[in-house]
Write a protein that binds this ligand. Sequence first.
Ligand SMILES: [Cu+2]
Length: 613
Amino acid sequence: MSVRGTKDLRTAIIALALFALGPGCSCAQQIATRGKLAACQRPAPGGIVTEPEEIRSHHAVLKAELTYVNFTAADGQEQYCYLSTSGGEAPTLRVHPGDLLILRLKNELKGPADLAANSGAQVPASTTTNAPTNSMFMPVQSPCDGVSMTALSTNLHFHGLTVPPTCHEDDVLRTMVDPGSRAFEYRFRIPRDQPPGLYWYHPHVHGYTNVQVLGGASGALIVDGIARANRLLLGLPERLFIIRDQNLLNPDAQPVQSGNVPPPIVLRDPEGDILNTGTGGGKPAKDLSINFIPVPFPQYPPAQILVRPSEKQFWRVLNGSAITYLDLQVLADNVPQPLGVVSLDGIPINEDGTAGNRIIWQSHILLPPAGRAEFIFKGLPKGVHASFVTRTVDTGPAGENDPTRPLAAITVSDVAPEPARLPGSAAPLPRSTSSVWLADVKPVRTRTLYFSETPQDPKNPNSPTIFMLTVEGQPPMPYDPRSSKPNIIVRQGDVEDWIIQNRTRELHAFHIHQIHFLMLDWNGVPVDEPFLRDTVNVAYWDGKSSQYPSVKLRMDFRDPSIVGTFVYHCHLLEHEDGGMMGTILVEPKPAQRTASKAVSRSAHFAAQGSAKF
Ligand SMILES: [Cu+2]
């Protein structure tokens, strides 16, 4: 076709588009908006799982621009979308330790009225109660002192990165990016000693995190170099799977009946979520998706993972769910396959430096919301019927129903696309010799914190739940964003032990920003974990035992860059939004002591000239 012909065709397409938009539109703006929404459309069930677009660093700098939009999809779901400049949704950010990350975030969220005008979709009445609205007060303020947050505010948390809790880095308490403002720039350096592995980004505006993450607002951040920590991974093909939850696509459907067993009765908690049946079946509280391909209740048509025959792969899996627990398993002809775990929460499991190339073989992997697991998939022969599933998780009598269900069928084929591979050779990560492994540090004090819940109206158990995470000795109350008084104050350089109790009848997942921790005890039983976590599940209370279920965690405040105020909370986001959060202030060391402080891991790596990874 001639250049002229191409131009004519383009003119005709634009004319058609204008015609379709109807009269009286702000046409250029609507075309732009619709282009973004088209790019954000989610795939249909049953599709082939592909990896998200990647944005990689060049010359030690990663530059990314994300436009953040929302819309009501044709199926009525409220969706939130991070869009890259090349049109990819929720791109994976790939960095090396020591890289500079420059991320510009443009907030183009719209309230229900604007959504209806732009998308042509019907906005359900329910969205006026639990989704953004333009009618709320939109403050004119600096994004760095955004103390008043609205449903259209957003920000980013870089989950698991050891980055300072300051504006333009990893602060969620004061950083509020509002629509209409200029693109907000995040700019920070990935720590040189950040363990290589899977991290992620998501919004963290108190009160509105759940609706945004449930709508799909999350993406992966990979710190490259994991084969340097575990040489058994050198050269393996790598896959990334992000499991997200979303509201049910078929909320009125009944569970598929097996045999003569009647489906469990659907009961709901005061928040309207479907309660755990304890049977492993029944209607789930949420649907799941894998790399945005939905696997909807009740038929659960699986997505398709294509693999080559007997090809060993390295799988990275993020539970990006707002509230759903996963218990991952690979079945081949109904037999669970061993999964070789090499990393949890972005931290290689040989982080203590004593057991190189360590692998823990498991037949299933429990992942609370926000948890990550990176593991070796051993490969499967042709002709096998295989699937990637989540087993049911007993979330407690007050928890949501997370039944057993498939995520994807694994199809073994000679013509499966070849995934990108980890480097075939790389220098091993240097071992730290001067920083003391956290298990060997004497804590300066022990604190107890506890999850608790109470109905808003003490006389009405069905009234909405108040969610709390309280430091023992302080009055229990939900997180108050207006309070500037931290719940906990520690000194940089300290190491503390925290006992986290669960005094409720459902599971909670404890998470703290900025640092990782070492789990010492599980329900009073010592565990010996050679790695750190940033999110940990806490078992539910049976309602009668005199001892509450608990975990004991060693909290590491030694990193000299982590000074300031940040949060710890339950990572079931409905709970967090409902108040299950607290703040901690890490005070700097007095100046005279700073010079003689123990050498941090970062300082150690820099000192031995290994900083350039
Ligand atoms: Cu919780």
